[in-house]
Ligand binder design. Structure first.
Ligand code: ATP
Length: 245
């Protein structure tokens, strides 16, 4: 499947000793993680562990201390718009499509710095997501939850990511739709885009990822090959119990 024109442009992301505080409270406390180019890495953990805050810091949406290397270049002082332009692109939690705009206008917004590639990019995402092509003139707010998630992913792909940050893409979706979302994630990474996936659905995330990090109260408490964590009794007990469906 082609789409978004992302193949072959993967970058690595290396994060060292990242700290984020809200007021006096540290929500992220010395997080270090490595996302090799072309890999799928997942960050799992309970509600409130600091996963979304970590992604927001990587995107430049919250102020952070620490080092962030995008393909070896230190970007932690860059504005978020520059990070996007250089290929670090986030699919936000809760999808955040613009409900009153059409599907196509939402997609055009994703390509604000890629005007030369817009037509080809739109063709690519419409080929990948035929449902969005069918609904291109409809308001994004009229789409189902799953369709809105596909739109949010498609919009991010139009920004031609080298590293795609995804914040709980399966949240609130029916299991069948979750399957579709994970199939898309798998396709994106196999086309050569690096993916850092934040998920509360630990079973699905660990099944899809190469490497995993577990976060608790602002810190990384475990890391390793995703398959090993999937079989680790501590992970099973804490994160895979009843949620493993
Ligand atoms: P969730 O799955 O609920 O998104 P999470 O692991 O992504 O959880 P964060 O949303 O990053 O966790 O939250 C980490 C901590 O920071 C929590 O204690 C949360 O209450 C706090 N927090 C998050 N956003 C803010 C904010 N804008 N202002 C103050 N505190 C915040």
């Amino acid at each position: 499947m082609s789409g978004g024109g992302t193949a072959g442009r993967a970058a690595s992301l290396v994060v060292s000793d990242l700290h984020v505080a809200y007021g006096g409270v540290e929500a992220v406390r010395g997080v270090s993680l490595e996302v090799p180019a072309g890999s799928l890495v997942t960050l799992i953990g309970a509600n409130g562990a600091g996963k979304s805050t970590t992604l927001a810091a990587l995107s430049g949406l919250v102020r952070a201390r620490g080092q962030i290397l995008l393909d070896g270049t230190e970007i932690s002082r860059w504005r978020s718009s520059r990070r996007v332009a250089e290929g670090l692109v986030q699919v936000p939690e809760g999808r955040e499509v613009l409900a009153t705009l059409t599907v196509e206008d939402n997609l055009r917004l994703g390509a604000w710095h890629q005007r030369d590639h817009l037509a080809a990019g739109l063709d690519g995402v419409f080929a990948r997501f035929p449902i969005l092509a069918e609904r291109r003139e409809l308001s994004a707010g009229s789409l189902s939850g799953g369709e809105q998630q596909m739109l949010a992913i498609a919009r991010a792909l139009l920004a031609r990511p080298r590293v795609l940050l995804m914040d709980e893409p399966s949240m609130g979706l029916a299991p069948q739709i979750v399957d579709q979302v994970f199939a898309v994630i798998d396709a994106i990474r196999h086309e050569g885009t690096t993916v850092l996936l934040v998920e509360q659905n630990a079973h699905r995330a660990l099944s899809a990822a190469d490497t995993a990090y577990v976060m608790e109260t602002g810190e990384i408490v475990m890391e390793g090959p995703a398959g090993e964590l999937l079989a680790n009794p501590r992970v099973v007990e804490a994160y895979l119990g009843e949620l493993s469906a």
